[in-house]
Design a protein around this ligand. Structure first.
Ligand code: NI
Length: 227
């Protein structure tokens, strides 16, 4: 499932991120790439584990916790500490796959990358190119979002970022290990949750059918979730 989560960060929060990222310690993006990705990755990243990466990464995690659509769609078990990247001057990231397992730096934690996330931090009018192209069952999807908006998609998809030919594209990216490993099963649970929310809005959270469907939803999670 590919899903856009609008306004994960407010305009004010985006401005704060941009201000802090101005003074961050940027390094060559290939430092966190796998063998294949390294060949096609050409961008800059805030050094993993650096104070600003940790500070802003924690703010992203707080915002995600408050984003109901994200929680409903991702059913997160573990989230990799968010990283930050920058493309300018023709930089791009060719077609690649994300590593299946990522070790969290300095901690005995590994995250299975079920879902890839990109949180856009630049106004799309401020740069040309920089589209995130995601290959899926229905062909390739082109994603370029407003600052503060985020896309999530199956980490199993081949994807790339087209060259940024004008301006600068800054984003946060990270991976989620979901309680529901299978993308298709997760999509069905998301649809069910959205239907329950819609029913609750129309008929009340205490409506007998809302209660019954909520029970079904939680029993499905109970049956299939990793914890
Ligand atoms: Ni990637």
């Amino acid at each position: 499932m590919l899903l856009v989560i609008p306004q994960v960060l407010s305009a004010q929060a985006v401005a704060h991120f941009r201000q802090r990222l101005e003074v961050a310690d940027w390094v060559d993006g290939s430092t966190t790439a796998g063998e294949q990705s390294k060949l096609v990755k050409n961008n800059a990243q805030v050094a993993e584990g650096s104070p600003i990466a940790v500070e802003l990464g924690d703010l992203v995690l707080d915002a995600l916790g408050a984003a109901h659509l994200f929680v409903s769609a991702a059913l997160p078990l573990k989230t990799f500490p968010p990283l930050f990247n920058r493309y300018a001057g023709g930089q791009s990231f060719g077609a690649h796959v994300d590593n299946a397992i990522r070790a969290v730096r300095g901690r005995p934690v590994r995250v299975r990358t079920d879902i890839s996330c990109t949180l856009f931090l630049s106004d799309p009018n401020d740069y040309d190119g920089g589209e995130l192209i995601i290959e899926g069952a229905f062909g390739s999807q082109e994603v370029k979002l407003d600052a503060g908006d985020m896309v999530l998609y199956p980490a199993s998809s081949l994807h790339r970022v087209t060259p940024v030919t004008r301006g600068t594209r800054i984003a946060s990216f990270f991976w989620v290990q979901s309680m529901i490993r299978d993308d298709g099963a997760r999509a069905v649970l998301f649809d069910l949750d959205q239907a329950i929310q819609a029913h609750a809005r129309a008929h009340g959270i205490d409506h007998a059918l809302t209660l019954q469907l909520t029970n079904v939803y939680h029993n499905l999670i109970r049956l299939h979730a990793d914890t």
